[in-house]
Design a protein around this ligand. Structure first.
Ligand code: MN
Length: 269
């Protein structure tokens, strides 16, 4: 039996473990052929996520500690550092500067810096980063604590200024774009300013919706179509661009997503 692999779409930021049935969602990623970067929000969830995804051809788990959870879970940073030895994919980490999380701002900075230093020391790490109302600080810390030869940042749901976008590009960042970002002119303007070779698609599901249902990874296919339109690139050509970009990102983490049959990257790092 030939085990052919062809991706129909890419979801570079999805919370698979927050669906009622993560196993079912992983199966649907296999069926729909959506390569998925499955972020997590707490290091304690890592062993379970690793078990769920270990045999999946399409779904890759990442180790994370979400900035919104830092106030109550900052002591899990040591666990994050420990588990980062087991995977080259990291996220969701980052900073949230919105009023609701201001109280934990100092702790958020501490935790994010430790995550960055850990990734930098280990090298070959791809990090999916949250930067709501904090993009300047996120970029500053990335610049101070990481180098593009050891850490590849993917800015998730980025909403920075034109100058910040330019700076992020110079720091080697990629950008994962979801359909909610494309509902407003500011988001459309943002994606016009990102070089095509740095564009990726995401859903941030299940935190986003599509009509009256929660988003699913396969919704990234439509986002790609819309992005292609916004950038004035024929969809077939744009899909090739996305494939190349995904290849770069996964290769950075030592993962050949097209040929990997077992998740060897989880071991012997
Ligand atoms: Mn998220």
């Amino acid at each position: 039996m030939t085990d052919s692999f062809s991706a129909k779409g890419f979801d570079f930021h999805c919370h698979i473990d927050l669906y009622p049935s993560p196993e079912q969602m992983i199966q649907s990623c296999e069926k729909e052929r959506i390569v998925t970067f499955a972020v997590t929000t707490t290091p304690k969830a890592w062993p379970q996520n690793l078990r769920w995804t270990a045999q999946s051809r399409y779904v890759y788990a990442a180790i994370g500690l979400h900035p919104e959870l830092v106030e109550e879970r900052h002591d899990e940073i040591e666990l994050l550092e420990e588990y980062m030895k087991e995977t080259r994919l990291v996220g969701e980490v980052g900073l949230d500067g919105s009023p609701r999380y201001k109280k934990s701002w100092k702790l958020q900075i501490e935790v994010f810096i430790r995550a960055l230093i850990c990734a930098q020391n280990l090298g070959g790490r791809v990090i999916s980063i949250h930067s709501r109302s904090a993009y300047n600080d996120v970029l500053k810390l990335l610049e101070e604590h990481t180098s593009p030869d050891r850490v590849l940042p993917v800015l998730h749901w980025f909403s920075g200024s034109k100058a910040a976008t330019k700076k992020a590009v110079s720091l080697g960042c990629y950008f994962s774009i979801n359909h909610k970002m494309l509902e407003y002119e500011t988001g459309l303007e943002l994606v016009r300013n990102i070089p095509t070779e740095r564009l990726l698609t995401e859903t941030d599901a299940p935190f986003t919706s599509k009509g009256d249902r929660k988003s699913i990874p396969a919704d990234a296919i439509e986002t790609a179509k819309y992005l292609a339109k916004v950038r004035g690139i024929p969809i077939q050509k744009f899909n090739k661009v996305l494939e190349t970009n995904a290849h770069h990102v996964f290769s950075f983490a030592g993962i050949d997503y097209k040929n990997e049959t077992k998740k060897e990257h989880y071991r012997n790092l």
